[in-house]
Structure formats: C-alpha cells, structure tokens
Write a protein that binds this ligand. Structure first.
Ligand code: SAM
Length: 260
C-alpha cells in the first residue's frame, strides 16, 4: 500500500476482517463463507476493522469506524442504465465490436463486468481479493435468481489475473483493466462511499504494470485501461484514447500484425 492511501484512511491496512451473521439461521452460511475465505467467524464482531455480515437477504460489508456499508446490487434500474449506454459509448468503442471475449482482469465489485455483459460481450471477470469477490458474486447470484442476468455471463474467477490470464480458454480478445490508484487528496473526500470502502479492503494496485504486461501477452487483439480523464497513461503510446466526461479508456494494440 502506498503512504498516500494510508494517510487518507482511518481504518488500518490491511484491515482485519471477520465474518458474522444477523440471526442464528444465517450461522451455517456464515460458517461456510468464513471457511472459504479463511477468515474468522464471530458471533460478536466488535473489535474488528471490517465485518462481512450474512443477513437473510444479502451479504454486506460494514466499517464500524466510519459507519460505511456496502453490498452489491444489480437491479433492473442499474441494468437499464447500462443498456442505455448502447449509443456512442467510449467504453464500447474502446473494447471493440461484438462478439468478442472480454476479460475484466480487475473485476472488483463487478459493475464494469456486468455492464460489458449487458452490452453484448462474452465476459470473464477476475478478482483477486476474496472478500470483494464474495460481495460481487452475492450480487450476481441475486440478479441471476431474479432472471435479470444470464447464468454464465459474466463468468467469474477468483484469483490473480497475472496467473489466470494465460490459462483461460478461450483466450481473451480484449483484456480490460481498471486498477485502483492512489486518490487525489481533493477527490478522495468526494469519492463514492463504495470506492472508499473498496480501497480500505484492497489498498492500491501497486503491481499494475505486471498485470498490464501479462494482459499484453495474452490478449489477441487489445488491452484497454480505464483512467481518470486527466491522468497520464500507465504505459506509453496507446493506439487510441476514448474520452467520457470523467473517464478515459486507453487502447493498446496487441495484434502481431496490426492492420494498417
Ligand atoms: C478499481 S477496482 C475495479 C472496479 C471494477 N471495475 C468495478 O466495476 O467494480 C480494482 C480491482 O482490481 C483488483 N485487482 C488488482 N490487481 C489484480 C490482479 N492482478 N488480479 C485480479 N484482480 C486484481 C483489486 O483487488 C480491485 O478489487
């Protein structure tokens, strides 16, 4: 973790996370989750930095210090908003035409992966932080149970994309990266609550250049990197850049014989 991230956050990094539950009926599910994440299960979670709570309805992450709460929800409203971006969308232009296999190698809470699936791509989402992945998968499963998302798109893999990318079948046409970067001081105060809590969990993605190189080696067509609109590219000479109001998508060609 970078020093800047430590200064802007009151919860320590890495945080000590425990799994808990609201009612005795959720204890077995909490126990299974704690085992799968190799985290302690606590009837009384006080004293922990972050609490992953099994409620009857969903999985939630609580930060008792700041009172922030997080769960993942892909409801009809969110999916309608994603579909509405079918027009001249910079993300779509950056990713390339459908159909193609897009690997979101920094899937986080799954919002971009779901957006890409809704836009018609075949998506594999990869996330290395087990707690973040559990929250995302909980949101995906509820959307699927409500018939809002296909059963296998996005497909989900929990693990380090640097290791998983080379073994994916079919291989990726486009690898999409949205790494966590140190917040600008001014922006961090206004940053969305979810983003702050996510940062508390995962810190900064200081090894992003290794992931970028792995992506470059594995994508048959391109790597797309999401950046704040005014931030420098993470690597020199992107082939193209597509700008939205706040976000820019840098495109790196990985074809062996690019079309002229
Ligand atoms: C800014 S968040 C991504 C947010 C995501 N685009 C969304 O829509 O929710 C970056 C995520 O990338 C993950 N990450 C960073 N490096 C990774 C790697 N090598 N393999 C898998 N996940 C990685 C971090 O754990 C973090 O959750």
């Amino acid at each position: 973790m970078s020093r800047s991230a430590a200064r802007t956050r009151s919860t320590p990094y890495p945080p000590n996370v425990v799994v808990t539950f609201l009612a005795p009926a959720q204890r077995p599910a909490g126990c299974a989750l704690a085992q799968s994440l190799d985290l302690p299960l606590r009837d009384d979670p006080s004293g922990s930095d972050l609490q992953l709570i099994h409620t009857a309805a969903r999985l939630e992450l609580h930060d008792p210090l700041t009172g922030a709460r997080l769960h993942v929800q892909f409801g009809p409203g969110e999916l309608r908003r994603y579909r509405a971006s079918l027009g001249p969308d910079p993300l779509r232009r950056a990713i390339g035409p459908t159909p193609r296999h897009v690997v979101d190698a920094t899937a986080g809470l799954g919002a971009d992966a779901v957006r890409l699936a809704v836009l018609g791509y075949d998506v594999t989402a990869i996330e290395r932080n087990g707690v973040v992945a559990a929250l995302a998968r909980d949101g995906l499963e509820r959307a699927r149970a409500n018939g809002l998302l296909a059963s296998n798109n996005p497909a989900w893999r929990t693990g380090d994309a640097r290791l998983l990318l080379p073994e994916l079948m079919p291989p990726a046409d486009t690898v999409y990266l949205d790494p966590m970067f140190p917040p600008k001081r001014k922006k961090s105060a206004a940053a969305r609550k979810e983003m702050r809590l996510l940062r508390t969990l995962v810190g900064d993605d200081a090894d992003v250049l290794e992931l970028f190189e792995a992506a470059r080696a594995c994508a048959s067509d391109r790597v797309v990197v999401k950046r704040p609109v005014d931030a420098p590219p993470i690597a020199p000479n992107p082939k193209a850049a597509y700008r939205g109001k706040l976000i820019r998508y840098d495109v790196y060609d990985t074809r062996i014989f690019p079309a002229t």
